[in-house]
Each structure stands twice: as C-alpha cells, then as structure tokens.
Design a protein around this ligand. Structure first.
Ligand SMILES: Cc1cc2nc3c(=O)[nH]c(=O)nc-3n(C[C@H](O)[C@H](O)[C@H](O)COP(=O)(O)OP(=O)(O)OC[C@H]3O[C@@H](n4cnc5c(N)ncnc54)[C@H](O)[C@@H]3O)c2cc1C
Length: 476
C-alpha cells in the first residue's frame, strides 16, 4: 500500500552518495528549556523520502542491520520509505520489534545502526533512527495498528513489571493466544518509559498509545501490586497462572553513604524524575508533590540518568546546573548526544570531582557539596581508569538541590520470596540467555532485571525471546 507522495525515480549508488545530508530540525536551546516538549521535530514525508534516498543499500548483511540488536531490516524499510510506502516500512519494523515508535526515538542510534552506517566513515550517516520514528508515527496517524491475537490457547501467563520487557512479552504472548495479566508496582503501565525517561526525549503520548494497543489486544493490567510484597510468585501459580515472566527492571537507586545525605534538598534520581516528569495522577500519593529546585542544582553521576536530571532541572528554572563526575569525560558511560544537548541547554560539567559531604545551610536544607579533586589511576574491573581522590584538595560547590544519579540495583523482594529462583549476589535473576528460562520451571525473566541497567531495545528483545520460550513451554 502506497501511503506517501509519488514514487521517486530509482537512482544508482553514485547519485545516492551525492545527495546532501539534512539533520533533524532541533528547537533552539533557549526555547526548548522552557518546556518538557520534544527537542527535535519528526521528519516530514518529503524529508523522510530524501533521507531514505541517501541509503546506498549495502550488500547483505548491511552493517546497520548487524549493529541493530534486533537486526531490523533497515535497508528494506528504507527502500519502502523511498517509494512512499511508509506504512509498509512501519510494518516491517514491527515484525521484529514490539516498540519501534519508542526505539526510533530513544535508541542510542549513534552507537548502533546509525553509527555503523558506511556513509558515516566519510561524512554523515543515514538518519535510520529518525526514519523509524517517522514511519511508526505516520502509521499511527494515517493507518491502523493492531496487536495480533491468536486463537485462545486456554493458558494463562502472569507478567511482573510493565516496562519494555514485560510489555513486549505480553505483545507476543497474545499473538500465541495466551491470556496475559501484567502485575505492576506503579499505578500505570510503562516502566521507565513512563516513570523515568523524560518527555523531551520520549513523549508520553507515544508511550500511552503503544500501551493502549497492547491493552486493546486483551492484556489485563493490575497496578499498585508489588509482587514479592503484596503477593508472591507462588500465589500467582496457585491462582492458576501456567507460567510467569519477571520483567521488574532495576528500580532501586544506588546511594552514596556521605554525611548529610538525609538533608532536605538531596534527592534520588528516580524520585526527582518522576515528580518532575510524570502526570501526578499516575503517581502513588506520596510522590505527587512537585519539587522546587531553587537556583543551583548539582547532579552527581555520569550516565544517561544524570543527563536527564540535568536537563529536567534546567526546565524547572534552575539557573546553575552542574554535573559532578569522578572521572573524565572519556570514561563517562552516558550517551554523548544527550550530554551535548545538556551542554547546549546550559548544563556545566565538573570532571575528576568526588563528593564527600553535603553541607547544611541556615534553613536546615542542603546548601553545598564538599568535594575532593581526583586524578586517574590504573583501570578497574570496568576497564575504566579508577578515580583517586587527592588528599587535602577539598572544595565546595554551592547547591540548593542535589540529585544522586549513581546507577541502579534490582529490587530483591522477588528473589527473596521465590524458592529456588537463582539470583546473582546483587539480586539480578540468572536465566538461560536464549530462552530467559530461570532456574525454576515455568518462571522466565528478561530485561534489566537480568542484565542490569541496559537499553529499551535490549529489554524489548528479551521480553520477546521469553514469550517464544514460554509458548514452547506451554504448548510443548
Ligand atoms: C532516567 C533513565 C533514562 C533512560 N534513557 C534511555 C534511553 O534514552 N534509551 C534507552 O534505550 N534506554 C534508556 N534507559 C534505560 C531503559 O529505560 C531500560 O533499560 C528499560 O526500561 C528496561 O526495561 P525493563 O522492562 O527491563 O525494566 P523497567 O523499564 O524498569 O520496568 C520494570 C517495571 O517493573 C515494575 N516492578 C519492579 N518491581 C516490581 C515488583 N516487585 N512487582 C511488580 N512490578 C514491579 C517497575 O515499577 C517497572 O514498571 C534509561 C533509564 C533511565 C533510568
């Protein structure tokens, strides 16, 4: 089905190489810090066709396809886009992905498909991520999106956690005809897509729309239910579920044991992000109060969460927003593009800085962070050079709000309440990589709860792999 403008003439590789690169249109930094709306606009149909025509269609296997964790057939999708068949292209992405509208926006494309585009070697890559986001959005506006539902198998599966892993597992399980109920600790489904990644990176309406597709396919959602506390996995099995998928992510913020960490004004990243980014109606009552960040905000950490906190603080009106990181920029784990956007918007970075104490102000709230200067030593287990604090190098950074974005740990409640479920010492669930099968028969797991903090695309694929294995388990 052709859904775009008239077909463009087929052109050869040389002509494709000559087509100019046009980047996404970003809103100016001073405008975008005024709100939580997306920072770049989606491509128009004309721009999408132009961008797709720059693909030179490398011989199979194309490097972009190889670099995509799901091995999306990007070259074939781009051919369809070039022909104006946007809906056909969207359907192609949906064959291997449960969340293409989300991956098109939040995957670190510069490190994956786009980063491996051969055109990037001597110029600019094809905008593969933006094209995926465009066609899936186009399909929602102009076509129909339906989750496939198979004939009723008579089997019931419980999914714990409504993040990318759980939602993707549910998507495929409905295709196999199994009844699916998702149990979720938060009031609404979405996991970190809703309760973590800010709206300026991933519009919540995109998340809600995709979740609605999955619910419309007959997936039952039970919110405000923490498995391992309100109910155990054994309760679920006793209630008649034939299999269980655990997709609970790693929702416990890492903390830093430093004097003053209980001062008002010191926040954990998740609490800060949900209070600032999520509609209060979708939050538990104790997280509904909006935060006043004051004039100076310090974010401690160097990953994607730190960038999201810096950028959210700027949008809340903070004037001086500073990231403190123990190593140098070269060792920073977070996405470079997000860091660049944060800098453009006014965030400052202070490297080789180790916070050691939060200092109380006259009003009893945090007023400053005492730090030590660091130098880099030998590499540690992560392969990155270890930061070594320099004795006597103490200095302070003033702050009305401090946000700790130091990483995440898994919630141990499920591991501790489920007999014979093997976990690592941190509480991550041990599974077979291919199937997601845990040490206990009929119980599967995937996503961050297995790998530790990772990416949406990896959690999505783990949920789908587990759904295939659950189907095999249930149907023999
Ligand atoms: C701030 C932030 C920004 C990020 N930005 C990006 C990005 O730009 N691109 C990208 O690819 N990735 C990003 N990530 C990572 C990505 O969000 C995760 O890798 C992904 O969401 C993991 O999916 P999941 O389904 O395994 O877990 P989650 O998304 O964490 O979902 C798990 C769900 O399980 C629920 N749950 C937990 N325990 C229980 C329980 N006991 N009972 C019931 N429910 C429970 C949780 O409430 C949650 O809803 C970001 C992460 C954070 C924190």
């Amino acid at each position: 089905m052709s859904s775009g403008s008239d077909k463009e003439p087929v052109i050869d590789r040389k002509a494709r190489m000559k087509l100019p690169f046009k980047d996404l249109v970003f809103r100016p930094p001073e405008e975008r810090v005024q709100d939580f709306d997306p920072v770049a606009r989606l491509l128009t149909p004309e721009e999408a066709i132009e961008a797709a025509r720059r693909c030179i269609h490398c011989p199979d296997p194309a490097p972009c396809q190889e670099a995509c964790p799901g091995h999306n057939n990007i070259s074939a999708a781009l051919k369809l886009i070039e022909e104006g068949d946007f809906i056909g292209a969207a359907e192609l992405y949906r064959q291997i992905s449960s969340l293409p509208e989300i991956c098109g926006l939040v995957c670190p494309h510069e490190d994956l498909c786009q980063g491996h585009c051969v055109r990037a070697k001597r110029g600019e890559p094809v905008l593969t991520g933006a094209l995926e986001a465009f066609v899936t959005d186009y399909q929602r506006k102009h076509g129909e999106i339906k989750v496939a539902v198979g004939p009723d198998s008579g089997r019931k599966v419980a999914i714990i956690g409504a993040g990318p892993a759980g939602l993707s597992c549910a998507d495929l399980l409905r295709g196999f005809g199994h009844a699916v109920t998702i149990f979720e600790r938060y009031p609404a489904p979405g996991g970190l897509l809703l309760y973590g990644i800010p709206n300026f990176k991933l519009p919540k309406e995109t998340v809600h729309a995709r979740i609605q597709d999955i619910l419309d396919a007959g997936v039952e959602f039970v919110g405000n239910t923490r498995i391992g506390v309100d109910k155990s996995i054994d309760d679920l099995l006793a209630d008649g579920f034939d299999a269980v998928f655990i997709g609970v992510g790693t929702g416990v913020d890492a903390t830093m044991d430093a004097p003053g960490s209980d001062l008002p004004g010191v926040h954990l990243a998740t609490d800060f992000l949900v209070r600032t980014n999520v509609d209060p109606k979708l939050l538990p009552e104790d997280q509904r109060g909006k935060l006043e960040v004051g004039r100076r905000v310090v974010v401690i950490g160097g990953g994607d969460t730190a960038s999201d906190c810096l950028r959210s603080a700027l949008r809340l009106g903070a004037e001086e927003v500073t990231c403190l990181y123990r190593r140098t920029e070269a060792e920073m784990p977070g996405n470079k593009k997000d860091r660049h956007l944060a800098e453009e918007e006014g965030a400052k970075f202070r490297f080789l800085t180790q916070p050691i104490r939060y200092i109380e102000g006259a009003d009893g709230s945090v007023a400053a962070v005492e730090c030590l200067q660091c130098e880099l030593g030998e590499p540690d287990d992560s392969g990155r050079r270890r930061p070594i604090p320099i004795e006597g190098s103490n200095f302070t950074v003033e702050a009305d709000t401090v946000i700790l974005a130091l990483g995440y740990w898994p919630d141990e409640s499920i591991g501790k309440t489920t007999m014979d479920l093997e976990t690592h010492k941190w509480g991550l669930i041990v599974v077979d990589d291919e199937t997601g099968a845990s040490s206990r028969k009929g119980i599967f797991a995937g996503g961050d709860a297995v790998t530790g903090p990772s990416l949406v695309v990896n959690a999505m694929l783990a949920g789908r792999r587990a759904a295939e294995a659950i189907n095999e388990f249930l149907m023999g």
